[in-house]
Design a protein around this ligand. Structure first.
Ligand code: MN9
Length: 295
């Protein structure tokens, strides 16, 4: 049996910094990991949507897994996102993550073709059965035509390798349902702007992009929630959401890179076809970064 406790808590969906020529900036990535750990982050989700994993080559994805494993040195729980359309490539990445000592693998459901359910569950089983690592299903309905349901999850989770769901959706009823499966699993809230509602519906933790620079703020929200200080928790969520609202206007990942660059970590731009960071975005995020650093 897997110990689920190490999978609970606040996990950063780690951003991937790029150099000017758009190659991965590993030095900045190490700094970002350290910065996250200083802010109390419990674990990292590497190479997901936020990490621009699907815009990296498979070799680059593996190199980022290695960089993060070496930078954390066992100080955080590590989840490698290996999702891609090509099953064997996903398996190759999963095996590599296993060799690096990762704690779990995760994958978004195969997208683009509108695969039938049997293909999707087959894909997950193929990857999950290829290593000794547990699997966390990345449920992100906006990324394709597939939204996980309780019944499908119950079927999938008959395979003991499956231990959790990263629920990137505002459907809080679905999140609640995932906590009622036939056996206990870990459920992560996936949209940071709804963390508090996710916790209220039973989430064990959260995986998100804004924790890269608002780790302390969100840790406090979680602790306030656990302690029953709901008014304080709502206040914290409102403060965070004011920032996220501004980020959404300018592009979430561009804004996050602009904020962290202001905080002293050279994040560079997002990879094409993401658009460059605009001057308006930089100016707005500079103010947000200054405010966060003064807190
Ligand atoms: O991994 C992230 N999801 C996506 C979680 O980027 C699709 C979230 O953290 C969002 O970036 C964040 C802003 O909408 O909630």
């Amino acid at each position: 049996m897997n110990d689920l406790n190490k999978f609970k808590g606040l996990f950063s969906a780690l951003l991937t910094p790029f150099n000017k020529d758009s190659s991965v900036n590993f030095e900045a990535m190490e700094k970002l990991v350290e910065f996250n750990l200083e802010n109390g982050i419990d674990g990292f989700y590497v190479g997901g949507s936020t990490g621009e994993g699907l815009l990296l080559t498979n070799e680059e994805r593996k190199a980022t897994f290695k960089c993060v494993a070496e930078a954390t040195k066992g100080r955080a729980t590590l989840i490698a996102h290996v999702g891609t359309l090509h099953t064997d490539a996903a398996i190759d990445m999963a095996k590599y993550a296993e060799s690096l000592g990762y704690d779990a693998i995760s994958a978004v459901a195969p997208y683009y073709y509108g695969f039938p359910l049997e293909s999707i569950t087959g894909y997950y089983n193929d990857i999950a059965n290829s290593t000794s690592l547990p699997m966390i299903v990345y449920n992100f309905p906006n990324s394709g035509k597939f939204a996980l349901t309780k019944d499908v999850a119950n079927e999938m989770f008959k395979n003991e390798k499956f231990i959790g769901i990263k629920h990137t959706s505002s459907d809080m009823f679905a999140l609640q349902q995932f906590k009622q499966l036939d056996r206990e699993i870990v459920v992560y809230n996936g949209f940071d702007e709804t963390l508090l509602s996710g916790l209220a519906m039973g989430a064990d933790g959260a995986i998100g992009s804004t924790y890269n620079f608002m780790g302390k703020k969100f840790k406090k929200i979680m602790n306030d929630f656990k302690a029953g200080n709901i008014d304080e928790a709502i206040k914290g969520q409102n403060e965070a959401d004011e920032i996220i609202t501004e980020m959404i206007k300018h592009g979430v990942f561009q804004s996050e890179k602009a904020i962290l660059s202001e905080m002293g970590i050279d994040m560079g731009e997002c990879r094409k076809p993401f658009l460059p960071i605009t001057d308006e975005c930089r100016a707005s995020m500079k103010k947000i970064a200054e405010k966060l650093m003064s807190e």
